[in-house]
Design a binder for this molecule. Structure first.
Ligand code: VG1
Ligand code: CO
Length: 547
């Protein structure tokens, strides 16, 4: 099996620093040596791989299989002792994280564009996770990016594709490639965290769940655990087989994309709980009968009741949320007397807090929750956590959320996404806001009589563990009553720019405003328009997605 050294045709810029991996249209990844260029940049930056293990897997989307064969050859040329690859090329993002940690691997490569659409016309993506199981920090992604601009030699093997559909071991050059069961290690980790007997008894008592895996990678995990082990009736997990184009679904689990699930949960005979996960199964959406749980509230509920779950019975060291996520979990942390950290958007910022034992649970408003069991957010874990809480407390999904509101008040919350805007227009909007920041504090608001702007800044984060600083993480405007507006541009889109406007308003009396968050947030939406001229810059009358 001769080593193959070829010249890179041109240096393709890799993942831009500050983004979640390299995400592009499939057609971009199909260019000759495009993926190879990124993988070579990564391997050039990493130290010697002899004696090391690498984990490789993806969410099964179109191009996954081709990419994995390329990576296996290049990993063998790099000199890894061992590469673990999921059967069929399948591994969820949290499963990769768990495997890296379990096997003491030096890192892993995740092939996914997460919640972005898949298929030949859709998106593909690749990212590197480090030895703690989490996304590479900015220092590493920056080094890969710089290297991607100057890669000139690609190291690979002249070898046939490996059969990935059957479990087994192969030798590639001097590297042992093991094709592993994608679910087994992850399932073992879940058994150690949750009270499986209690969840089994819950299903045995007739509790009904509908889990929509959206034809993405969560399916095999949910099916094996819920139907295979916990006794949920067959058919509990729907859209359970990962398809290369997700069967045309957009596996971003929110009420806009998971319409079929939302419709089932609104029926008179709706199941007790609904759940969905995204392309790579790190996100989760939780629904009750005729009831949607806001992701920020979900994090707060999990934190409030964590000691009811065996894996967290000793209590939480602390909690962490991304800056745009609502402050519901802050109130729970205050009650519990534990620290609450506020980080920039993106899971990589939680890694140091989890490693240092300063936070146990983390979450983001974008349907992501997780804990120190891995270093990624984890969709299936979140569903098991909710099931465990329902079994332990005897309360339904809406009852758990409404109890939170009664104790802490309710954070009305919404995110408005303006997708596919011209990048210059989006930058101009942000620039306009930044220029106003110094003049805003103290301003009285006509939209909200009696209120003033208490704080206006561009969020900067100093990592409390390693002291690294991340600037310009989103413009936030906080009012005298604690209401917030946050503006930031997405780092995960592949077409133009996406503006995200996050709105939050806390009400001590949860009965005010009824259930309609948009109504409760209307004055803040008007204020956002005044300050940022959203319609003018986006050219859109309405957000393209409201969650
Ligand atoms: C979005 C979300 C963010 C999440 C990121 C990756 O980023 O807002 O909270 O961490 O996606 O999620 P952005 O930059 O587009 O707002 V995914 O499921 O890659 O797993
Ligand atoms: Co994801």
């Amino acid at each position: 099996m001769p080593l193959l050294i070829t010249q890179a045709t041109q240096p393709y810029p890799g993942q831009r620093p500050g983004t979640s991996g390299l995400r592009k249209k499939v057609s971009v990844f199909q260019q000759p040596r495009y993926l190879d260029n990124f993988v070579q940049a990564l391997f050039d930056v990493l130290p010697d791989a002899s004696g090391q293990t690498l984990v490789v897997g993806g969410d099964g989307r179109y191009h996954n299989r081709v990419a994995i064969q390329t990576i296996l050859r290049m990993a063998a040329a790099k000199g890894y002792a061992c590469v673990l690859v999921g059967q069929g090329g399948i591994l969820s993002t949290p499963a990769v994280s768990a495997l890296i940690r379990h096997h003491g691997a030096s890192g892993g490569i995740v092939l996914s564009a997460s919640h972005n659409p898949g298929g030949p016309e859709g998106d593909f993506g690749i990212k590197y996770n480090i030895g703690n199981g989490g996304p590479a920090p900015e220092s590493v992604t920056e080094a890969i990016y710089r290297r991607s601009l100057e890669v000139n030699t690609l190291h690979s093997l002249d070898s046939p594709d490996l059969p990935l559909d059957t479990l087994g071991r192969h030798t590639l050059h001097h590297t042992e490639v093991e094709v592993i069961d994608p679910v087994a290690n992850y399932a073992e980790l879940m058994r150690g965290l949750f009270d499986f007997d209690a969840i089994r008894a819950l299903f045995a008592s007739g509790f009904r769940l509908r889990y929509d895996a959206m034809n993405a990678v969560g399916g095999p995990y949910a099916k094996a655990l819920l139907e295979g082990e916990l006794g949920a009736p067959a058919g509990t997990v729907v859209n359970a087989v990962p398809l290369e184009d997700f069967g045309g679904l957009h596996p971003d689990p929110n009420p806009v994309n998971a319409t079929d699930l939302v419709e089932h949960m609104a029926r008179p005979d709706a199941p007790d709980m609904g759940a969905a996960s995204d392309g790579d199964a790190d996100r989760n959406m939780i629904l009750g009968r005729h009831f949607a749980v806001s992701p920020s509230d979900s994090l707060a509920v999990l934190a409030a009741h964590a000691t009811r779950v065996p894996g967290y019975a000793r209590g939480l060291q602390g909690v962490a949320r991304s800056m745009p996520t609502s402050t519901a979990v802050d109130r729970v942390a205050r009650r519990l007397g534990i620290p609450c950290f506020e980080t920039p958007t993106g899971w990589k910022f939680f890694g140091n807090l989890l490693d240092a034992g300063r936070a146990t649970l983390c979450g983001e408003e974008s349907y992501g929750t997780g804990s120190d069991h891995v270093r990624e957010k984890d969709g299936v874990w979140a569903v098991l956590f909710w099931l465990n809480l329902i079994a332990a407390t005897g309360q339904s999904v809406p009852e758990l959320v409404q109890a939170l509101w009664r104790t802490d008040g309710r954070c009305f919350y919404s995110r408005h996404d303006y997708e596919g805007i011209a990048s210059e227009r989006a930058e101009a909007l942000m620039q306009g806001l930044r220029e106003q920041l110094p003049s805003l504090p103290g301003r009285a608001l006509t939209e909200l009589p009696g209120q003033t702007i208490a704080l206006a800044d561009d969020f900067a984060y100093t990592d409390p563990v390693d002291g690294s600083v991340s600037q310009r993480q989103g413009v936030r405007i906080v009012l005298s009553d604690g209401s917030r507006l946050v503006f930031r541009l997405s780092g995960t889109g592949t077409e133009g720019a996406t503006l995200r406007l996050y709105l939050e308003r806390h009400e001590a009396d949860p009965a005010r405003h009824g259930l309609d968050a948009q109504l409760a947030l209307a004055p803040l939406i008007a204020l956002a328009e005044t300050l940022a001229r959203v319609r003018h810059f986006t050219g859109m009358e309405q957000p393209s997605v409201t969650t």
